[in-house]
Design a protein around this ligand. Structure first.
Ligand SMILES: [Zn+2]
Length: 331
């Protein structure tokens, strides 16, 4: 980015313009062409069932959204060094926050550990028609998933049939164990040879993050902290941390029809309990290229073209099953 800025400061000759145009190519290090298209589209079931925050059965529309997927980011959590993010957050509705909000927070952001939020003087209530709890502020710049403000320990169900692994990272978070990542590699039917060596032919990966259930690499078991919204060292083995044999185990195939929870929401981030407020970070990664690139399961319904497509070469389509986007009226 610093190279581009120094170019911008120099005379905008034709060569510089061409270089700047070149900067719009995918930022994830791979040439994205037709090969970036997944084999088929996902059909996701919402991962939380009955919940008071949804006032009944949760859907993508009534679930409590606290952070949107940012359609104006090239690299998850990345920023223009020293400038506080890319300078805007754009939601799937096409609404953009463009004025930096003072309430930036610490987090996984690569802007000196900060994540930035944005407001817009022309929009007093973002995401009208949804259960969005931040009103006039869009969180966060560079956020590659959707955050739902479910309480600590909320049961989570399989959003798609597939093989569970706790060993993968997410887009921008290479080491999943630092944020208690559960990933589902979509597989419509149970692999006859088991999940251990299964090849991901779907082109996607479905991520749950910050969970209170997690894989313990020391004993190969999935554990769970049952303390209420713990911080730091409040989760103690043998007291609050117990084995969770009913949670999805490493390399277990799960189905959207499975009646029991595969895991539970938490607040684990950057290796500590309470590293983030309790919530579910839900993310869908396109894994066709050499590195994962997150996509927005809500798709896109802004009146303008999706800026994410220009930035990454990927097209956002609605991946939720049986869900129609409520879009703002086009001018
Ligand atoms: Zn998140």
């Amino acid at each position: 980015m610093s190279e581009n800025r120094s170019l911008a400061r120099s005379t905008l000759c034709l060569a510089a313009i061409l270089v700047l145009l070149g900067a719009v190519t995918p930022a994830h290090g791979q040439a994205i062409s037709d090969g970036s298209k997944p084999a088929s589209q996902l059909s996701l079931v919402f991962p939380v069932k009955q919940n008071t925050l949804c006032k009944g059965t949760c859907t993508p529309a009534n679930a409590p959204i606290m952070t949107v997927f940012d359609h104006e980011m090239q690299v998850a959590y990345e920023c223009t060094a020293g400038e506080g993010g890319y300078g805007s957050v754009t939601a799937f509705t096409g609404e953009s926050g463009t004025v930096k909000y003072s309430g930036f927070k610490s987090g996984a952001g690569k802007c000196n550990g900060l994540l930035f939020a944005y407001t817009n003087p022309e929009i007093t209530n973002f995401l009208e028609g949804y259960n969005y709890d931040n009103g006039g502020v869009l969180y966060y710049d560079g956020h590659p998933g959707i955050d739902y403000s479910f309480a600590f320990g909320t049961p989570l169900y399989a959003a798609v049939n597939g093989c569970v692994t706790y060993l993968d990272g997410a887009d921008g978070i290479p080491l999943g164990s630092r944020g208690h990542v559960l990933a589902i590699v979509p597989q419509p039917t149970k692999p006859t040879g088991g999940c251990a060596n299964v090849v991901n032919t779907s082109g996607y990966r479905v991520i749950y993050m910050h969970l209170s259930s997690y894989y313990d690499s020391t004993n190969g078991a999935v554990m769970r902290c049952t303390s209420s919204d713990p911080k730091g060292t409040e989760c103690n083995a043998g007291e609050d941390i117990i084995a969770c044999p009913t949670c999805a185990q490493q390399n277990q195939w799960v189905s959207t029809k499975t009646a029991s929870p595969i895991g539970y929401t938490g607040n684990f981030s950057d290796d500590v309990w309470g590293g983030v407020p309790a919530h579910l970070h839900f993310e869908v990664d396109n894994v066709v290229g050499s590195s994962p690139v997150a996509v927005d399961p809500y798709g896109w319904c802004g009146p303008q073209s999706d800026p994410y497509t220009a930035l990454t070469g990927l097209t956002n389509v609605t991946l939720w099953s049986g869900f129609t986007l409520a879009c703002p009226e086009k001018p």
